[in-house]
Design a protein around this ligand. Structure first.
Ligand code: EPZ
Length: 418
């Protein structure tokens, strides 16, 4: 178990080039097996989840080479269709291989995926969509494995009762390989879905409706090699924006479309931050203590659940009482207890939290319980008096290429420790 130490109260100033998006690149890596050939991805973040997905693809017979931020995947040698249980359990996006392997090989063996412990996270909507398109999926017969097979997916109209990001992605993989047209209604509209559609189209697929909740796919088109650049990670960008807001300072973020953070920048402006947006650039200045605010998380374009705990850290220092309603995951307030160790005053009840902001938090030893909760603790530590040790740094490394490097570059006193 690794840890980082942060000595707080240093104003932040500088520029960060935001890393490539974890939640965009992982489904693209899974989708690369749909094409029996080569995929070249640029701006790939060097994070644990990417290394894990590379390991899974290599175990299936693909060849993955990551040089700097460029990833080449050659899936021509794919020979396996079963993902190891211990690999499935490392991250949620392993479930993307169910649709991708069915699309490529007509069969797949998977287990329930792992990932952040932020709720029950069932896969019923994934299974519904794949079955609707023609897959036979055998329920778990005791050893936890799900066997799936399909002769050929057949396009049809599917309506999602909830805009699940992962289920939308798995359905897209099947629809691209299906005969005929598929219309997916009630899709997730997260920017990562739009990026995935562009990626699939760059391989020769025909997906229309990006940015809306209705995606139309003309299936069965021949796929070919592609060379694609991953967009900036909006959750990492939002984390750093809130770091500058909490610790005060001035920050320029480049490498992403600022429009994807509208719900976040709107709230930060209401709280008193000065924010400018331009082509591929986001600027924030925060010299005063922020005001309290109320947020309700929801599917895009609402406030992103992935930045809820980071915002909780910011609210812990704001003037007045803030409220959070978490509508996406049922267990995503676990970081509150760690923030309280630093002096935060937070009351959680079911899907709501009330935060009584205070002038100062205090450094101490805390534990990251999940990826974004760990990032929230880092943001709180930057604004706390004294030194904070954050254990469970490996959670943070799943999604942040090098949070120590990024924050040190803008003036933070942060380093790994034993
Ligand atoms: C993706 O997870 C992201 N992960 C999550 O980011 C993100 O929090 C989430 O979307 C919501 O934006 C990746 O893209 C790898 P969902 P996913 O399916 O696909 C329920 C991070 O920190 N649901 O949209 O798992 C589910 O339980 C991670 O980067 C079902 O009920 O999210 C949850 O309550 C954390 N049945 C809600 O929908 C299903 O079949 C949203 O889940 C699928 C989901």
């Amino acid at each position: 178990m690794s840890a980082i130490e942060i000595r707080g109260l240093r104003p932040l100033k500088g520029e960060i080039i935001v890393q490539g998006s974890k939640n965009a690149v992982l489904p693209m890596m899974a989708a690369s097996v749909l094409n029996r050939g080569k995929t070249l991805l640029n701006n790939v973040p060097r994070i644990q989840d990417v290394f894990c997905m590379m390991g899974i693809l290599n175990s299936l017979g693909c060849t993955c080479r990551l040089k700097g931020h460029q990833l080449e995947i050659d899936s021509s040698g794919l020979s396996g269709s079963c993902v190891l249980k211990e690999d499935m359990e490392k991250m949620r996006s392993s479930i993307m291989l169910l649709g991708a392997l069915l699309g490529r090989c007509g069969e797949a063996g998977v287990y329930s995926p792992g990932g952040c412990m932020i709720g029950e996270r069932p896969i019923d909507l994934h299974l519904m969509a794949l079955r609707e398109l023609g897959a036979e999926i055998g329920e778990d017969d005791g050893d936890g494995v799900l066997y799936a097979r399909v002769r050929r997916f057949t396009g049809k109209r599917i309506v999602f009762p909830f805009p699940s990001v992962g289920a939308t992605e798995n359905a897209l993989f099947a629809a691209v390989m299906a005969t005929g047209r598929t219309v997916l209604e009630g899709c997730a509209r997260e920017p990562e879905i739009g990026e995935l559609c562009s990626f699939l189209n760059s391989m020769g697929a025909c997906v229309r409706g990006q940015g809306t909740d209705i995606l139309t796919v003309e299936g069965g088109l021949p796929l070919h090699d592609t060379h694609f650049t991953v967009g900036g990670d909006r959750i990492v960008a939002g984390t750093y924006l809130m770091a500058a807001a909490a610790a005060r300072g001035e920050l320029v973020l480049t490498g992403l479309d600022p429009g994807v953070l509208g719900a976040v920048t709107d709230i930060l402006k209401k709280m008193g931050a000065v924010i400018y947006e331009d082509e591929g650039l986001l600027y924030i200045r925060c010299q005063e203590r922020l005001l309290a605010a109320d947020i309700c998380t929801g599917p895009y374009p609402d406030f992103p659940t992935d930045l809820q705990s980071v915002m909780m850290a910011v609210m812990s220092l704001s003037k007045g009482e803030s409220r959070i309603q978490e509508t996406v995951f049922e267990n995503r307030f676990r970081t509150a207890a760690e923030l309280e160790k630093m002096g935060a005053r937070i009351e959680c009840m079911d899907d709501k939290a009330r935060i009584k902001g205070r002038e100062m938090l205090f450094g101490t030893r805390v534990e990251a319980r999940d990826l974004r909760g760990g990032a929230a603790l880092a943001v709180a530590a930057l604004a706390a008096e004294g030194s904070t040790i954050i254990g469970g740094y490996e959670h943070i490394q799943r999604g942040y290429e090098d949070i120590c490097r990024d924050l040190e570059e803008i003036g933070a006193d942060i380093h790994m420790c034993a």
